[in-house]
Design a protein around this ligand. Structure first.
Ligand SMILES: N[C@H](CCC[C@H](N)C(=O)O)C(=O)O
Length: 277
């Protein structure tokens, strides 16, 4: 027995999306890993299921490429929001996640804005293993004592992020080498997504992200939100900025009145297919 999926991406961060609104979808970690495998499976950064919810239009479940279930995924929220609005004709939909409820609305035919809710900024909400000022945490990254790695910011968008501010855009080798060292650092009991931000202007940030459970991706939506919040908290950026990621651009705004973070970006449907159950 097989089931259909839609292959989509948001600014290059790609997903296999399964409609589980009528038929449950509960892959094991191994099955999720196999689907995400780019050599032998369908290939994606995250596997996404759209499931029923009693308090939102749908519940979005997220598996990273390593098979781990995680709280949320910003770029996938745009894709799932787009699919729900396409299928229901609504111009706004609510999507619940393990990281909290969100609202998606269409900005244009293939551009969606998601209200990601409030950033979580207390050390225990990231979470960190000890009490620290999350505007600039003390992190010793193994043998590396590179000043660019000092006092990063820490933010949760429902999932944990640490954001380094650098005077240049790091290359793949640096992102992979340093990101993989930090992803499971003991300071982050639930692991962490590792962002490397270079401030181009108060309203423009270049960002590369080593994602927890997925590695170097072409975009990370919650990472872009975390980078904007971390930068604004330190006066490095305005509260609204374009975040330039490898796969495109996301516009992030940390609304002063509501304390909510709004993320706007593209949605692309790549193809459809069928998963062998
Ligand atoms: N790797 C992330 C999940 C996906 C986040 C990213 N793809 C996004 O668009 O937010 C984590 O483990 O929290």
């Amino acid at each position: 027995m097989t089931r259909p999926f839609v292959k989509m991406n948001g600014a290059g961060n790609d997903f296999v999306v399964v409609d589980a609104l009528t038929e449950p979808f509960a892959p094991t970690a191994e099955q999720a890993r196999a689907i995400a495998d780019r050599a032998t499976g369908q290939g994606c950064d995250q596997l996404i299921a759209i499931a029923p919810s009693d308090r939102a239009d749908a519940f979005m479940r997220v598996w990273n490429a390593d098979g781990g279930v995680v709280e949320t995924c910003g770029n996938a929220l745009r894709c799932v929001g787009w699919m729900l609005m396409e299928s229901t004709g609504k111009d706004q939909v609510t999507i619940d996640t393990l990281g909290g409820p969100t609202t998606a609305r269409k900005v244009s035919s293939h551009e969606v804005q998601v209200d990601m809710g409030r950033p979580r900024l207390d050390w225990a909400e990231i979470p960190l293993a000890e009490d620290m000022d999350t505007r600039g945490i003390e992190l010793q990254v193994g043998p590396i004592d590179d000043p660019v790695l000092h006092t990063p910011g820490a933010v949760s968008m429902g999932n944990p992020h640490v954001v380094f501010f650098m005077d240049h855009v790091p290359d793949d080798g640096f992102v992979r080498g340093t990101g993989s060292l930090i992803e499971h650092h003991p300071l982050f009991p639930q692991g962490v997504n590792v962002g490397f931000a270079h401030i181009l202007a108060p309203d423009r940030i270049r960002l590369r992200v080593w994602e927890r459970g997925a590695g170097l991706t072409r975009a990370c939506g919650t990472g872009a939100c975390a980078a904007l919040v971390a930068a604004a908290r330190r006066g490095l950026s305005a509260r609204r900025a374009t975040v330039v990621v490898d796969g495109g651009e996301l516009v992030i705004e940390w609304d002063e009145a509501t304390d909510h973070v709004l993320m706007t970006g593209p949605v692309e449907v790549e193809r459809t297919g069928r998963l062998s159950a």
